[in-house]
Design a protein around this ligand. Structure first.
Ligand SMILES: Nc1nc2c(c(=O)[nH]1)N[C@H]1C(S)=C(S)[C@@H](COP(=O)(O)OP(=O)(O)OC[C@H]3O[C@@H](n4cnc5c(=O)[nH]c(N)nc54)[C@H](O)[C@@H]3O)O[C@H]1N2
Ligand SMILES: Nc1nc2c(c(=O)[nH]1)N[C@H]1C(S)=C(S)[C@@H](COP(=O)(O)OP(=O)(O)OC[C@H]3O[C@@H](n4cnc5c(=O)[nH]c(N)nc54)[C@H](O)[C@@H]3O)O[C@H]1N2
Ligand code: SF4
Ligand SMILES: [Mo]
Length: 706
């Protein structure tokens, strides 16, 4: 029998999911404090000190996620204690890309890094050192503490715009702000349009809100080039060709104006340029838009009528449509729709997209990032979506000679990945990757450094899907020799011999300075805290918009100054079915590479045993009529190719796509594909019209039988 005294002490710790996911769920970690004799029996204890996390579950008190997590994170402790975790610094011993490493000490790793970086600085200056990070962990410190080090170093700066920036930049041109409707307000809507977002997969904790609105009589329309699992639940599904929605929106405006479904009083009081817009869309008949979008003119007319006659009416969108050459214009145009019908007046009316801004407004970025450390230097900026170019362009001055990656896996997530591979293979490039696993990117590192997971470091999580800040208390000590992103940058600063105290400030002090108006003690105690948002639910209830004119700008001088059309305008993407004819002739299919698997979160998880092997794929989805033309059937192997790469993949015949459009689910690593090349080997790295994003989804391919 076990004496009561021998039972492990248990505590429950508040945490918040760090993934780049709108839901930012609250979780509870159950931690056992075990003594050494207990630890011998458990395989988990090799990497854990005395504290062992034994359960991680949703926090039932969390106002948004309400106790539920998701099929990705339900097994998070398997990730934390995975035998494949990187737990010590390592040095590459094989060729770049081979993935052969040997453990070294932190001292050795830091000494090597400091000496290589110093050599680069001495020969080419600090701009020859490039950071590469994304939202692998979107907590405040994990995402931003690093800026202090990079300001002090004077290295190249990174335009982090793989996700969301273009949406914001588009909406801002119309509304003057990225503020918008809290998606939980959809509960009050009577018509909900999920436009380019796959809510049931990517934003699953919003779905109950939509279901509740539907139970109360709301109608749901989904607009997506793929019949997604969300489309399956809609009252109506509209399937335009990818990249053509702007034409659809212009035709909606045409119908709204022609049939006088405009809220004239609101338009007169709160918008700029209605007359110009009306003249501009007069030619955008549903018939014309139908030619471009592939959607029947009558469907467009009905959509416009429903939009113009139902109140409250809301559009919900996230990221999907920004990944086109005309991505910012999509959102600039979309933001005009609620203004035309006066939707912002109603509770549950308007446009709901990322609402991260409501939390970010609480952050003192100066205190967080310490820009004075940069002095009077103004280092160059390179766009993260053009990493391949940055590493291989012979004219870049200075060339990138050292690359430091954390919280990102560019070989899987960044477009034109074969060009990135050529860069990472360069003998003269020194690469450091701070990671939890040997990812496709880490395989090219000279030095790999071990990164903590979310339950090993204290931080605050802001959400872009709801209005709650989340506290994340470190539940266990770092596994092995892992360090958080902030500790990594403290160690790098020390190794480089930097002495400014801001570079060594501890995490809690930085959080206090960065969130000056937030009661961190209360946040820590409760686990979450609601951020300010208008009490009546209406972000623009007063009709005031922070544009130059103080109104919703149908016509925009700011856009003209950027070299863009003043009015919402459809420009077909160059690399698309409706774009460059010669290219479309050589590569007749448009390739989408969507998020698709419930057990994957971006590039994370497909390598773990309870994730990848339980999903189906990789494959290329082709619609039945294209399969007939190609002479292929389910399971046949085809070559999917363009000028960037060639992938062999089994065919999955799918009624979810239109003719001419094919899809490869994204998130699989290279070795999970037949030839060691993944979806992003094929994708387009052309930047968006503005906003700095990238046109993954304007990718043309040819499909050939092998
Ligand atoms: N399970 C799971 N959940 C996730 C993620 C994940 O990897 N897996 N990733 C997280 C991240 S980082 C993000 S940013 C969010 C993204 O959340 P979403 O934006 O909802 O997801 P995406 O799959 O990027 O794109 C949504 C839809 O846009 C469609 N789309 C593409 N081009 C067009 C177009 O031209 N017009 C229209 N109308 N639709 C278009 C795609 O077919 C896709 O179904 O999801 C988050 N949640
Ligand atoms: N083809 C195609 N490409 C896409 C997309 C698509 O839909 N299709 N979606 C795009 C979108 S929306 C996004 S957001 C990006 C996502 O791109 P990423 O942000 O790069 O993807 P993740 O898999 O979320 O995270 C990357 C890595 O961060 C590591 N990580 C997690 N926490 C930490 C930490 O605390 N410290 C450190 N050092 N590492 C950590 C994980 O182990 C993981 O390997 O991909 C983009 N790429
Ligand atoms: S990945 Fe998204 S849905 Fe899953 S636990 Fe994290 S925040 Fe919640
Ligand atoms: Mo994203």
């Amino acid at each position: 029998m076990t004496a009561l005294d021998d039972l492990p002490t248990t505590r429950i710790v508040h945490g918040s999911c760090h993934h780049d996911c709108p839901d930012s769920c609250g979780w509870l970690v159950t931690v056992e404090e075990r003594d050494d004799s207990d630890q011998d029996d458990s395989e988990r204890d090799d990497t854990a000190s005395g504290s062992v996390a034994v359960q991680l579950r949703g926090n039932p008190a969390h106002p948004y996620s309400a106790g539920e997590l998701c099929p990705k994170v339900n097994r998070f402790l398997d990730r934390v204690y995975s035998p494949e975790r990187v737990t010590t610094p390592m040095r590459r011993v094989g060729a770049k890309g081979e993935g052969q490493f040997e453990p070294i000490t932190w001292d050795e790793a830091l000494a090597t890094i400091a000496s290589r970086l110093q050599t680069v600085i001495d020969t080419s200056g600090p701009e020859a050192i490039m950071p590469y990070s994304n939202a692998g962990n979107q907590s405040v410190l994990a995402l931003m503490y690093s800026e202090r080090f990079w300001n002090r170093l004077g290295g190249t700066r990174l335009v982090r715009a793989l996700c969301g920036t273009t949406v914001g930049a588009g909406v801002q041109m119309t509304n003057g702000t990225t503020r918008g409707l809290d998606p939980q307000e959809l509960r009050h809507s009577k018509l909900i349009i999920l436009w380019a977002t796959n809510t049931r997969l990517t934003n699953r904790h919003l779905w109950p809100t939509i279901e509740a609105a539907m139970a109360d009589g709301a109608r749901l329309i989904v607009i997506d080039p793929i019949r997604t699992i969300t489309a399956d639940y809609a009252d109506e599904f509209i399937q335009p060709l990818p990249g053509t929605d702007i034409a659809l929106m212009l035709a909606m405006m045409n119908v709204l104006i022609a049939e006088d479904l405009i809220d004239h009083a609101w338009v007169a009081a709160h918008t700029l340029g209605f007359e110009e817009l009306a003249a501009h869309v007069a030619e955008w008949t549903p018939e014309r838009a139908s030619q471009i979008t592939g959607v029947d003119a009558s469907v467009i007319t009905q959509l416009a009528r429903a939009y113009g006659t139902t109140r409250p009416v809301a559009i919900r969108t996230l990221i999907g449509a920004e990944h086109h050459e005309n991505g910012a214009m999509f959102f600039r145009t979309m933001a005009c729709l609620p203004a035309l019908v006066g939707a912002w007046q109603d509770r549950g009316g308007g446009l709901a997209r990322s609402i991260g801004v409501w939390s970010e407004e609480l952050i003192d970025y100066g205190a967080l990032t310490q820009p004075q450390l940069l002095g009077d230097r103004s280092p160059r900026w390179l766009n993260m979506s053009r990493l391949g170019e940055a590493l291989t362009d012979p004219t870049l001055d200075p060339p990138v000679q050292a690359l430091i990656v954390w919280g990102a896996n560019p070989m899987v997530v960044t477009p034109n990945a074969e060009l990135i591979r050529r860069g990472l293979e360069r003998d003269d490039l020194f690469t450091v990757v701070h990671e939890q696993f040997i990812t496709d990117t880490a395989r090219y590192a000279d030095i790999v450094l071990p990164a903590t997971t979310q339950i090993e470091a204290t931080d605050v999580v802001t959400s872009w899907g709801h209005l709650y800040l989340g506290w994340n208390e470190a539940a266990i000590a770092p596994v092995g020799q892992c360090v958080s992103n902030s500790e990594l940058h403290r160690r790098l600063a020390s190794a480089m011999g930097f002495t400014e105290p801001e570079l060594f400030e501890d995490d809690l002090a930085v959080l206090k300075a960065a969130l000056p108006t937030v009661d961190l003690d209360a946040l820590r105690r409760d686990g979450f805290m609601r951020v300010p948002y208008p009490h009546d639910g209406r972000p623009f209830g007063d009709g005031v918009f922070p544009t130059r004119s103080g109104r919703v700008e149908f016509i925009s001088e700011t856009l003209v100054s950027l070299g863009q059309p003043a009015l919402p305008t459809f420009v077909p993407p160059h690399e698309s079915l409706g774009g460059d004819h010669e290219l479309a002739h050589r590569f007749p299919f448009q390739l989408l590479t969507p998020k698709r698997h419930t057990r994957f979160l971006n590039s994370s998880y497909s390598h773990l045993p309870k994730h990848g092997p339980l999903e189906d794929g990789p494959f290329v989805e082709i619609c039945p009529s294209d399969a007939v033309i190609l002479g292929v059937t389910d399971g046949d192997c085809v070559q999917v190719r363009n000028d960037r790469a060639l992938l062999r993949l089994p065919v999955r015949i799918s009624t979810r796509l239109r003719p001419g459009v094919v899809a490869i689910p994204w998130g699989w690593w290279q070795h999970q594909h037949i030839d060691g090349r993944a979806a992003n080997s094929l994708t387009n790295d052309t930047l968006t019209d503005w906003g700095g994003g990238v046109a993954f989804s304007d990718t043309l391919v040819a499909i050939e039988t092998t």
